[in-house]
Design a protein around this ligand. Structure first.
Ligand code: ATP
Length: 306
């Protein structure tokens, strides 16, 4: 089932087109990553989905409903700007928010205790929000987003400002929620998180679609591979080999980008003739590589059209 469907949405601020004819959909129980550089139009897109701003063109339907008001209890939204009632106590705030989502009090209290424990905030339950660090406030806001068990989660930069341990914690929870059938959409420019979590991605640059589809298909269609080579000895083969387009030497190992349809066996043979190979690993391109290359190409095309 399609949980979210976005059709040809466009948003202008004055003469500036922040989002330009964007369409995508998300399947139930999947993780969808909206990725793109700073200022690409991610937050504007998410705000349109949340009905905070209205598209100039196009339409959006959530859980089969194009009138958002009726679906909001089924949505959890983590906005980019994190603002909470600073003087309120953690537990009281969460209880207040569950009331707004019409959750029965007993169930709400159970859920609040469970999630505070899970996010290691139990000791802060009776503290004021203003006493929490920025990262703790973000974890609290994440709890507020998921407490009412929404069917669709919309998270704007959920990992921004979190340390690696808490980033992993949130990643684990996102995957658990997915297992339970929740559909999750999040924006990020941290490619490592998107690569680990997403089934589908939409790469937006300057308001426009650059790449969209299943991450596995995008990787395949990118059609080139890298090779990691760890070796001892002469490295002349790297410069001479016709199989290599370019390479980066990281000291301990070399990462080589291959030419199209490269013969990796030939490269291995060339390397073995002049050095001792400790490791020879063919890698598909990382989402980071795909992101950088695709954004550069789309920027260059944009410049040509100007
Ligand atoms: P980041 O990763 O930096 O948060 P983003 O992809 O979320 O970026 P948006 O916040 O959607 O980008 O902004 C897209 C573009 O629209 C930017 O150039 C921004 O300056 C512009 N923009 C966003 N909101 C407004 C507004 N209310 N008025 C005018 N311009 C806006």
């Amino acid at each position: 089932m399609r949980v979210l469907e976005v059709r040809n949405i466009t948003k202008k601020f004055g003469d500036f087109i922040a989002v330009d004819n964007v369409s995508f959909s998300t399947e139930e129980g999947s993780v969808f990553g909206l990725i793109g550089p700073n200022g690409a139009g991610k937050t504007t897109t998410l705000r349109m989905i949340m009905n905070i701003i209205i598209p100039d063109y196009g339409d959006i339907s959530i859980l089969g409903n194009s009138k958002m008001g009726t679906a909001t209890d089924n949505i959890g939204y983590l906005p980019e700007e994190r603002g909470m009632y600073r003087k309120m106590k953690v537990g009281a705030l969460l209880l207040f928010l569950t009331k707004l989502k019409s959750m029965p009090k007993k169930e709400a209290q159970k859920q609040i205790d469970f999630w505070l424990e899970r996010l290691e905030l139990t000791d802060w339950k009776n503290k004021k929000i203003e006493e929490l660090s920025k990262g703790m406030q973000q974890k609290l806001q994440f709890i507020a987003t998921i407490l009412h068990k929404p069917k669709l989660l919309i998270l704007d930069e959920p990992f921004g400002g979190l340390d690696p341990i808490n980033t992993n914690l949130i990643k684990d929870i996102i995957l658990e929620l997915k297992q339970n059938g929740t559909t999750i959409m999040f924006s990020t420019h941290v490619m490592e998180s998107a690569e680990k979590l997403c089934d589908d991605i939409f790469l937006i640059n300057k308001g426009r679609e650059v790449l969209y589809g299943k991450l596995s298909n995008i990787k395949k269609s990118f059609g080139r591979e890298n090779v990691l080579i760890e070796f001892e000895g002469n490295d002349d083969f790297l410069k001479k080999s016709k199989q290599i387009k370019k390479f980066d030497n990281y000291g301990r190992y070399v990462e080589a980008q291959l030419v199209k349809n490269a013969d990796t066996q030939k490269l291995l043979k060339e390397a073995m003739e002049v050095s001792i190979i400790r490791r020879f690993e063919i890698k598909e391109p990382s989402l980071n590589d795909i992101f950088i290359e695709s954004v550069n190409v789309s920027d260059a095309e944009g410049d040509e059209n100007e």
